[in-house]
Ligand binder design. Sequence first.
Ligand code: P6P
Length: 340
Amino acid sequence: MNRPLPEQQLIITVQQHILHKQKEHFPTASGTFSWLLSGITLATKMIESKVRRAGLLDVLGAAGGAGDTNVQGEVQQKLDVYANRALLHCLGVRESVAVLASEENELPTCFNRGEAGKYIVVFDPLDGSSNIDVNVSVGTIFSILARPEQHDVEDPSREALQPGYKQVAAGYVLYGSSTMFVYTTGQGVYGFTLDPAVGAYVLSHDNMRMPEQGKYYSVNEANAEGFPPGYRNYLHQLRTGELGREYSSRYIGSLVSDFHRTLLKGGIFLYPPTPSHPTGKLRLLYEASPIAFIAEQAGGVATDGKQRVLDIVPTSIHQRTPLMVGSRHEMAALAKCLAE
Ligand code: P6P
């Protein structure tokens, strides 16, 4: 009998994992979801190939004319534009996609696909893109929602305005020292590392769990003086060991990187309200919600300072929110400080 090569027993790709999980939890699944997710993995491999060669492909710097900005008023980087186009193309050809909403586009793209259009995908194609030119990790963040039973015929894009607890799936790709695909469908969090030798994302982090407590806190200290008092008191406790341990500060300025470290090592990431962003800087639908879904599935906590991020009902696609996400210990201590 031909015995499988040892490595054949070990390689589980994203597609295999999704199909296995679907059979386990959705026996009647038709495979449209795994086909949809393959659109994201394909697009992110295209993005990864550009990110890895950024300095060589004249993709550094701002897109178009100097000062071209996106709907956020942020200067669009060339890789932002490429990443957005890759995701719009790869997902747009998936029949099961009804609506695509991107951080880079003011209005969502709606596809008139009738009953075949089952899913809505919202995404930040290249989060942290201001770090690209200095070779710091960036990421793609996505959230998948099911179309509601009652379709909004007048404006299907409004169907994306669902609270985070309704997400079907969420994930991110971190273009770091290695490229990792991390996702959840509500049955735990799984991490896959891109193996350039075979061009596949291979399971490397099975059933990821966030530690109950960590040793890092992550916040833009330059904003600290402008935080509401409860946050300033909390940061003082972190710095002085009043939470029962010494903490180190780590801040990359790229949400996917700062969250990925928090997921693996524990601790807390904070983007509180600031005078320049009183409702928070991060976007609810395609940054905070997917990150919060992953955090909770890994045993962590995510709030806007007052309520669970996943309970916030969005009123607009590009709505902002404060985001605090991390281990139970640090998040409980924060809740106490904010309640005082
Ligand atoms: P600041 C990147 O621009 C981003 O949207 C997130 O990836 C990151 O967490 C945050 O903004 C950083 O913002 O104000 O600290 O530079």
